[in-house]
Design a protein. Structure first.
Lengths: 569, 105
């Protein structure tokens, strides 16, 4: 079977292929694959069907509402073509040729520099990349050796918080641990929870397979491999494999493998809360008779280990709520580039273009929650002076200029008007973020789902809702005060909105979302960013009325959360 | 300040067009009058689901999708929205994956 059959392109690759966004090599590879793979041809057809639906939807539903572009935008295609020309990179051949030509001009120094760079790159590779490759290779060999090894019972001693929990047969913490004291049993249960949280197979902590499986789940890791001598009484040497990571609550794991048979003999695990656990193999001696028959998991073949792992439980709205709550704690739930989706067995938190430091914070916040998969993909916004150039080509309409002039007159100077505009836009963004967060919360947890939550979870949901609503009230109030400066002549009486009673917080959230859109639109008109239909004073009065309405709704939403929380025991 | 207002205006423009799409006439425009009543009903249900799915997309996904429908390439969309072409690809993939569920039902 050729690789063409084995590697199906993923949806993104197919979409890029359909959109002509792949390089020539990649496109021809996908094309070749499509010729031989029926499945992928069907998948591509499905994508095309979605594209067709999108085009139909855009033409029939969206396009009739899109106003014609201002005159300056007519040139956008030419501008974009010029932009593409500018940013398109020369081919590899021409780049290599250019480098060589440059090198010929400075013949000897250039060669020396190139040689030095190569040596440095090799040293760098040896220091930073090679350990990972060595660790992966060593682990693979050890896993294979473990699978081939004749299974026999092993006795493990665990050292934790100054306590020595001996006579624990690896892989069994049930009936056979009857001899454990209550304190030891509690410690073992605590450890089990700790290891399960970080997806480290607790049933056999001192096994290469468990270490390797945990290591594979890490998105970011650093490995160290060294050889060290064993104590004199045992003789020989062992490999010391240490993996550190910033993407898991288990910050560091070390395993010692005997050099001659790659058998794991000792392990150390350090968690982010500074808890350290050590485990080592102890010889099976007089205590062997305590081992119940068939209780030791290690007596089974390594291939059976996977079947011993409990199947993951199905996640529900409550699990999703805990994830949202954890994200709220670090203010990450307002981020548009972060998606939280609930699948059958996990909550996937995916982000695009998030800074590494922020990624670390998010991982840390979600680290303690079970069945949460955090994935980030690169999406660093490019530094594009071109986009600034493009934006400068847009012209404003007469009404927009009128609005700016009116603002300057009201506030006394151009600088004051600009400061007001910037503040107004920032506040509108804050209002929109909170309002959309509330709307998303209402969509994720509709009335029927909310009723099935436990009282604690309902309280968490109430707290989230109140938090967003309170922040919304705060931002709206601030905006109203800022806006008062421009309404020196007072508000027109006919701008007051009729009060519509909302039946539930879900309905209130929806109403808030609609009002927020209006506020966004009116703010842009007022600061002269978009064309306004009415006089600036009228726009400001309308904006004030919308803000009043948002404040009323948000206050009701916050109070409703409080009432619900208090009503519960 | 002008640039902030302009970018903001673009965002509003998109949201506005999205909000405008939720008028009463959209079902009428999507419906195919040539088909028999049963097929029309099925069509109508499918359109409603698609419309709802479109509403569920994030505003950034919608922006990328509509700009792509308008014929802009990934780097062009990235330049307009101030994000990288790779991010545009990711937003589009998410949007299409979400909409595919509706189309294949």
């Amino acid at each position: 079977m050729t690789s063409l059959f084995q590697h199906h392109p993923d949806d993104e690759c197919l979409l890029r292929y359909a959109d002509g966004e792949l390089s020539v090599d990649q496109a021809s590879e996908v094309q070749l694959h499509l010729k031989v793979c029926w499945q992928c041809r069907v998948r591509l057809a499905e994508l095309e069907k979605v594209v067709e639906e999108c085009v139909r939807y855009y033409q029939t539903v969206v396009a009739p509402h899109v106003p014609p572009p201002p005159a300056a935008w007519m040139n956008i295609r030419a501008e974009l073509a010029a932009l593409e020309q500018k940013i398109s990179r020369p081919s590899i051949c021409s780049r290599v040729w250019a480098r060589l030509s440059a090198a010929r001009r400075f013949r000897k120094p250039a060669l020396k520099v190139a040689l030095a760079a190569t040596v440095l790159a090799m040293v760098f590779y040896q220091l930073y990349r090679a350990p990972s490759a060595r660790a992966a290779e060593l682990l693979q060999r050890a896993v294979n050796a473990e699978a081939k090894r004749t299974p026999k019972p092993r006795r493990i001693e665990i050292r934790f918080r100054g306590r020595h929990i001996a006579s624990v047969v690896e892989g069994s913490h049930g009936a056979e641990d009857d001899h454990l004291s209550t304190e030891d049993r509690q410690a073992v249960d605590h450890l089990q929870r700790l290891f399960t949280t970080v997806r480290y197979r607790w049933t056999s902590p001192l096994s290469v397979a468990a270490f390797s499986d945990w290591r594979k789940t890490l998105s970011e890791k650093r490995d160290e491999v060294s050889v060290q001598a064993l104590p004199l009484e045992s003789g020989g040497s062992c490999y010391r494999l240490r993996t550190t990571t910033g993407s898991s609550s288990l910050a560091e794991a070390t395993i010692l493998l005997r050099t001659n048979d790659l058998q794991p003999i000792e392990g150390t695990w350090r968690f982010r809360n500074n808890e350290q656990i050590e485990a080592s193999e102890v010889p099976l001696g007089s205590t062997e008779e305590h081992v119940p028959e068939g209780s030791a998991l290690s007596a089974q073949s390594a291939s059976d280990v996977h079947s011993e792992v409990e199947p993951p439980k199905v996640v529900g709205p409550a699990d999703e709520l805990h994830v949202l709550f954890a994200l709220r704690q670090i203010n990450a739930d307002l981020d548009e580039t972060l998606d939280v989706t609930r699948a059958a067995h996990e909550i996937a938190v995916t982000g695009v273009g998030i800074q590494p430091e922020r990624q670390r914070q998010i991982r840390l916040a979600l680290g303690s929650l079970p069945q949460v998969a955090v994935r980030f993909s690169d999406g660093t916004p490019p530094e594009s002076p071109q986009s600034q150039k493009l934006s400068a080509t847009v012209s404003t309409t007469t009404n927009a200029e009128l609005a700016r002039a009116w603002l300057e007159k009201q506030l006394g100077s151009r600088a004051a008007a600009e400061a007001f505009a910037e503040r107004a836009l920032n506040l509108t963004d804050a209002i929109a973020a909170r309002s959309h967060a509330l709307q998303r919360l209402a969509e994720r947890f509709p009335v029927q789902d909310e009723e099935h939550l436990s009282s604690v979870e309902q309280r968490i949901l109430g707290a989230l809702r109140t938090d967003h609503a309170t922040a919304l009230v705060r931002a709206t109030r601030e905006f109203r005060i800022t806006l008062k400066q421009t309404l020196k002549s007072g508000r027109s009486a006919d701008t007051a909105l009729p009060i519509r009673p909302a039946t539930s917080w879900h309905a209130t959230a929806h109403e808030l979302s609609l009002q927020t859109r209006e506020v966004e639109k009116l703010t842009a008109e007022l600061v002269g960013g978009t064309h306004a239909d009415g006089a600036p004073s009228m726009v400001a009065a309308q904006l004030q009325a919308r803000l009043d309405e948002i404040e009323r709704l948000a206050t009701a939403c916050a109070a409703r959360g409080g009432e619900r929380a208090e009503a519960r025991p | 300040m002008f640039r902030v207002a302009h970018n903001y205006g673009m965002k509003l423009h998109e949201r506005e067009s999205q909000a405008g799409a939720f008028d009463d006439g959209w079902e009428e425009r999507l419906a195919d009058r040539q088909r028999n009543p049963e097929l029309s009903l099925l069509d109508r249900e499918r359109n409603t689901r698609f419309h709802r799915a479109m509403h569920e997309l994030s505003s950034q996904q919608q922006r990328c999708l509509f700009l792509r429908v308008m014929g802009l390439r990934y780097p062009e969309i990235g330049s307009v929205l101030g994000i990288s072409a790779k991010t545009v690809g990711e937003f589009l993939r998410r949007a299409v994956t979400h909409l595919k569920k509706v189309c294949n039902d």
